[in-house]
Design a protein around this ligand. Structure first.
Ligand SMILES: Cc1cc2nc3c(=O)[nH]c(=O)nc-3n(C[C@H](O)[C@H](O)[C@H](O)COP(=O)(O)OP(=O)(O)OC[C@H]3O[C@@H](n4cnc5c(N)ncnc54)[C@H](O)[C@@H]3O)c2cc1C
Length: 317
């Protein structure tokens, strides 16, 4: 009988793991608290009348360094899911089209998934691990439960299990993303810009990425130091400060945008990778993987989840 595996999280790590395991005969169910896949590599959707706008508010680009990741990216390119992108300072960059979450959506097709379900804890009974939500509802019993949530959230999910306890001390960098959609035409003269000596560290023009809607879309990312010092600041205040900074840096101003929002990525980017591929507690049938194991980007999430998939497939779990 095939092994039943629960994967918590449908970010890059979770969907890559799910895709690899299900195509190798495991019975996989993915639980994701958000409305769809993507995690930190996702896109915000906004409808105004008949028109829907999409803007990438977390990860912006996929940089590829390893042969292994390149193989998947080539498959995605052939399927029309990513386009090669020329960007200053990088050699091998891709952008999912028509939005960042196209990448995870593609890998999730045909995978059993439960969205808008937040797993709260895990209890082992006999040979199975049972997942529960915060109201105590049982979400199912599994031979193995894998968390791809950021480290502190994984420690919380697997509380009481010694191997995962130290993850509660693994810090991630907080970041804010301010998103603006404007009916104005404005020539920025760049598709993205790194910013120095400012609360912002990056300004990106979403509408200049391949196969995006041409309505002007701007993303502003705050720098780590500023974000940490102002992690609890009111979002409206952050938005106003970021817009002022945008005007100073570029001259652009829109007092009546189509859409304006601020998202806080509480566990945004890895501070220090753990330099281990994944954690596997065979005795308790629990495991975890994610970008923070090996790096701070999509490729690190792919590699960590691939290493765990390799081990489970090789040993038939
Ligand atoms: C602002 C920003 C910009 C970035 N830019 C880039 C970039 O340009 N290029 C790049 O390569 N990388 C970039 N990154 C990093 C990249 O987004 C991440 O490395 C990668 O997406 C991590 O994937 P993951 O699957 O490991 O984790 P996540 O994407 O965090 O996935 C974890 C998932 O678990 C879900 N989850 C958590 N707890 C529960 C629970 N209890 N129950 C159910 N679901 C749960 C979450 O909702 C989430 O979907 C950026 C990140 C940020 C924040």
């Amino acid at each position: 009988m095939s092994k039943k595996i629960a994967i918590i999280g449908a970010g890059v790590s979770g969907v890559n793991l799910a895709s690899r395991l299900s195509s190798n005969g495991f019975e996989v169910t993915v639980f994701e608290k958000a409305r769809g896949p993507g995690g930190r590599a996702s896109s915000r959707r906004f409808s105004d009348g008949d028109k829907t706008y999409t803007i990438d508010h977390g990860a912006q680009y996929i940089d590829v360094e390893t042969k292994e990741f390149q193989t998947l990216i080539n498959e995605l390119e052939q399927a029309g899911i990513v386009d090669k992108f020329t960007k200053l300072g990088t050699q091998n960059t891709y952008v999912p089209v028509p939005a960042m979450n196209a990448f995870t959506k593609y890998l999730m097709s045909n995978i059993n998934s439960k969205y808008e379900v937040q797993v709260h804890h895990v209890i082992k009974k006999d040979d199975l691990n049972f997942l529960y939500d915060d109201k105590g509802n049982r979400l199912g019993g599994f031979d193995l439960v894998i968390s791809t949530a950021p480290p502190k959230q994984t420690a919380e999910l697997f509380r009481g299990y010694e191997k995962f306890e130290f993850l509660s001390k693994v810090e991630m960098k907080v970041h804010f993303a301010v998103m603006l959609i404007s009916s104005k035409n404005f020539d920025f003269g760049f598709s993205e810009m790194n910013v120095q000596d400012s609360m912002l560290n990056w300004i990106g023009i979403n509408s200049q990425k391949p196969k995006r809607d041409k309505t002007l879309g701007i993303i502003l990312h705050t720098n780590f130091k500023w974000s940490l010092e102002n992690a609890e600041m009111d979002r409206v205040e952050i938005t106003n400060l970021a817009l002022k900074e945008l005007e100073i840096q570029t001259g652009f101003k829109d007092e009546n945008p189509i859409y304006l929002a601020c998202h806080r990525w509480l566990y945004g980017r890895t501070l220090e990778p753990l330099n281990t591929d994944f954690i596997f507690d065979k005795e308790n049938s629990l495991a975890c993987c994610g970008d923070y194991m090996l790096g701070d980007n999509i490729e690190a999430a792919f590699l960590s989840s691939s290493r765990l998939a390799d081990q489970l497939i090789k040993n038939s779990y």
